[in-house]
Structures are given as structure tokens and as C-alpha cells.
Write a protein that binds this ligand. Structure first.
Ligand SMILES: [Zn+2]
Length: 192
């Protein structure tokens, strides 16, 4: 099942999402649907609030970032090999290393891409869809995708990380997205 993606401006994207109680949600089915939704929109990460569910869960699949036809082996990011995962009730334990810039986008904010600075490493504790508790450290683009999606379950969007000048420059574009005045080639749930 493909969900409609919630656009910038919807209050669900600003809520701090709540933990999923074990067995209260079919997390396997929900993650399958979230992956299907994400692939249909050509994304590499999708958080539950982006499909209108204020729950602490997100899915990632960074492999497409490593598969460009014009990509040399050197361009590839080893952190993305097999990086298809589901994070349930995640908690970031630490973020370390130098902050580095990368041009981020977001399925809830179509048509806008901006450099965002984030620390290089992230250590995260979470449950998988079998409810195994895991603690792992990620780097590179894998860490980047996790940090972006984790922000979503705390009600934070990548545009929040921009400086005031950039934010002001994007104000009208963001308002247009909220009003549905944007072209997207996937299903979004505009309020009217
Ligand atoms: Zn996003």
C-alpha cells in the first residue's frame, strides 16, 4: 500500500512522535508499506510522520545513492552497502566527528535542496522489525540519512538547520508547498 506523503506545513511533521508499543502495530506490514511509498517517490529515507503517523519509526535504503551509472568505485560510499533498514523507537546516543555539508532534500519538501551540516558519526540504539534491540555506529551518508530521518521523529525538518538568510529566501517556496502549489510526481496529501 502506498501512503500519501504529508507536505511541509502540516502539523504532524512538527510533533515529537511517540514510541511504538510492541505488538500494538504490525511493524513488518507498516515498514513494507513505507518502503513501497519511499521507492515510488524515489527517496532514500522515510519517517512515519511523513505518512501521517506520529510514531517513532523510519525506513532507509541508501543503495540508490551508490548505483549511479556514471559513478566510479571511488565515488561510492562504503557506508551504503546493504544499507536498507528499519529503525523503531530509535534513540541517538551520540553524534561525533567534524560537521560536514551535504545537499539534502526531503519528500515532504519537494523542489528544495540545501546544504546541511551534520556530525560525521552517529551512534543509535533502536529495535528492528523482530524487536531485537541493537546499538550501532554509522558514518558517511548512512549517518546522514539516519540523522535526517531521526529529526523527523522529533518534529524537526532539514530547513530548520539553515541560517536565517537562507530560511528567509525559501519562505515563499515553503508557503507554496503548504498550499499545494508545487509540482510532484508522487502522491502527496495536500489539505485542499
Ligand atoms: Zn525528510
Amino acid at each position: 500500500m502506498i501512503y500519501q506523503i504529508i507536505p511541509y506545513g502540516d502539523p504532524v511533521l512538527r510533533k515529537v512522535a511517540v514510541d511504538i508499543e510492541k505488538d500494538s502495530v504490525d511493524v513488518k506490514k507498516m515498514s513494507e508499506d513505507m518502503f513501497e511509498t519511499m521507492y515510488a517517490a524515489s527517496g532514500v529515507g522515510l519517517a512515519a510522520p511523513q505518512v501521517g503517523l506520529s510514531l517513532r519509526m523510519f525506513v532507509v535504503d541508501g543503495r540508490p545513492f551508490n548505483e549511479g551509472e556514471d559513478m566510479t568505485e571511488e565515488d561510492k560510499d562504503p557506508s551504503l552497502v546493504d544499507f536498507k533498514k528499519v529503525f523503531i523507537n530509535a534513540e541517538i546516543l551520540s553524534e561525533d566527528g567534524e560537521e560536514w555539508g551535504f545537499e539534502e532534500g526531503c519528500l515532504s519538501i519537494p523542489g528544495i535542496r540545501q546544504d546541511v551540516y551534520r556530525p560525521e558519526y552517529v551512534t543509535i540504539k533502536y529495535f528492528d522489525t523482530d524487536w531485537n534491540e541493537l546499538t550501532e555506529t554509522y558514518e558517511g551518508l548512512a549517518a546522514r540519512i539516519i540523522q535526517h530521518e531521526y529529526d523527523h521523529i522529533d518534529g524537526i525538518l532539514f530547513t530548520d538547520h539553515l541560517n536565517p538568510v537562507k530560511k528567509r529566501m525559501l519562505k515563499n517556496k515553503l508557503a507554496d508547498i503548504t498550499k499545494g502549489k508545487v509540482k510532484v510526481d508522487y502522491k502527496m496529501k495536500f489539505s485542499k
